[in-house]
Ligand binder design. Structure first.
Ligand code: HEM
Length: 150
């Protein structure tokens, strides 16, 4: 796990929104990335339940447009973390769009890219089964895991 001996703690930009904001990423692009993380984990034997927990945690942390600031890495402080900022991204139930700048800032989604309209939203994990609920442990695991692969 990152932050322990032999695996330095994440020291990059604390806000995933700031890093990705000009990419205007949509749910399909984010879902593809998360699926690749899961497939990589599966290739070296990570358990299915753990992959599902990680996928769910990544989706919740980074996949909800206008999501409120969250402290992802301890000591980096709460930051805007939404990576999925295209209008087609699902809106966070706790949306704070006025804290975001650029395309993410608009609260109302357009229908043109809606994942529910014509295409199925990508699965976050290699499984089509229900995702396991991810608690704080799941979030920590997701970050350590994603950091390992990035
Ligand atoms: C769960 C999803 C994702 C996570 C956790 C993630 C995480 C990260 C992190 C930690 C960085 C480095 C930040 C730094 O330099 O301080 C980064 C950079 C980057 N990511 Fe992502 N990412 C995700 C999805 C994506 C997707 C879907 C794309 C594009 C399709 C993407 C494109 C990039 C690019 C181009 C950079 C380099 C930005 C720069 O150096 O200016 N990421 N990402």
């Amino acid at each position: 796990m990152q932050g322990m001996a032999g695996f330095a703690a994440y020291d990059g930009d604390p806000s995933m929104f700031e890093v990705h904001k000009f990419m205007d990423l949509n749910p399909f692009q984010l879902g593809y990335f998360i699926q690749q993380v899961a497939l990589a984990g599966a290739s070296f034997g990570v358990a299915q339940a753990d992959l599902e927990a990680v996928g769910t945690a990544l989706q919740h942390l980074f996949g909800l447009r206008c999501s409120p600031p969250v402290e992802v890495v301890k000591a980096q402080g709460a930051q805007l973390q939404a990576i999925c900022v295209n209008q087609s991204c699902p809106l966070s139930p706790d949306a704070v769009c006025n804290k975001y700048e650029g395309p993410a800032a608009s609260g109302s989604p357009t229908t043109s890219m809606s994942p529910s309209s014509t295409r199925a939203a990508p699965s976050a994990t290699v499984s089509t089964g229900g995702a396991a609920a991810a608690g704080v442990g799941g979030v920590a695991a997701a970050l350590g895991f994603a950091a390992l692969l990035l």
